[in-house]
Design a protein around this ligand. Structure first.
Ligand code: SAM
Length: 276
């Protein structure tokens, strides 16, 4: 039998509880507490500072929705940047677009990459691909040093705590705009409208000041706080709701579809109110 129950407290008064069969690795890295565990329901799961990052069973939702919405919106994405994303899932999805010539990953914690490769091979397996460059470093600094370089930037960071605090600031979004080409697009994971409404309001307000097209979309991620996850998209020229039909080439996915591409931007009233 064995095993134990673990609760991730999603607020002070509410959490998600799951059965852990065994701990695979636990370590305090230079940046955060890293735990990798085998769970009964969700397969192997990565936790950082006690928060669910990704699991073998539901990881495809988040990784597909971060990657394919901006990559199908851009008419010809060739040079792509992922900030964070050390588990490799977003990179795996980016590589499904033949137009992408180079995908750069900037992940601050090399241990996340190391243990994702070891325990989440089906998520991290493409980090060795010849089109991928992995940089272990601070995404904030990388953005500050980049100019007019990327077609699409995806911010797949942890919550605005610890090393990710700077990745939710107006200064960072301004840096992203400078790092993008003149028709560039960026997406940032933006937490959830049930418990982090203020964060979503702030991010939307900041991004709107910088990008002419700013939209919020959502997806259902059962292991994330509240299960309703939000993504903020900022675009200099291309509107995600005006993608030509012929742009949607065949792609191997389990969640994303071209119908869902548009439907994801249809928001419940209480979420829509956060964007105005
Ligand atoms: N999908 C998850 C979510 O939405 O919370 C994020 C998963 S991914 C593992 C988050 C990664 O962001 C972590 O590996 C963390 O080390 C990385 N990260 C945090 N701050 C960073 C920074 N300033 N530069 C680069 N990577 C950073």
């Amino acid at each position: 039998m064995g095993g134990f129950w673990f609760t991730e407290k999603q607020t002070e008064n509410f959490g998600i509880t799951m059965k852990i069969n065994k701990t695979l690795h636990t370590e305090k890295t230079d940046f955060q507490q890293l735990d990798m565990a085998e769970t009964e329901e969700w397969g192997n799961m990565l936790f950082l500072d006690g928060m669910v990052m990704t699991s073998q069973k539901d990881e495809f939702v988040y990784h597909e929705m971060v990657a394919h919405v901006p990559l199908f919106t851009h008419p010809n994405p060739e040079n792509v940047l992922v900030v964070g994303g050390g588990d490799g899932g977003v990179i795996r999805e980016v590589l499904k677009h033949p137009s992408v010539k180079k995908a750069t990953l900037v992940e601050i914690d090399g241990k996340v990459i190391e243990y994702s490769k070891k325990y989440l091979p089906e998520i991290a397996g493409d980090l060795e691909n010849e089109r991928v460059e992995v940089i272990v470093g601070d995404g904030f600094m990388h953005i500050a040093e980049s100019k007019n370089e990327y077609d699409v930037i995806m911010v797949d960071s942890t919550e605005p705590v610890g090393p990710a605090v700077n990745l939710f600031t107006k200064g960072f979004y301004s840096g992203i705009s400078n790092a993008l080409k003149e028709d560039g697009i960026f997406v940032a994971q933006s937490d959830n409208p049930w418990f982090k409404a203020d964060l979503i309001k702030q991010v939307m307000s900041d991004v709107k000041e910088i990008f002419p097209i700013t939209r919020l979309y959502t997806a259902n991620i059962p292991t994330y706080p509240s299960g309703l996850w939000a993504f903020t998209l900022g675009s200099k020229k291309h509107d995600p709701l005006k993608v030509a039909e012929e742009r949607f080439h065949e792609i191997d996915t389990k969640y994303y579809t071209k119908e869902l591409h548009n439907a994801a931007f249809a928001l419940p009233k209480f979420v829509k109110d956060l964007t105005e």
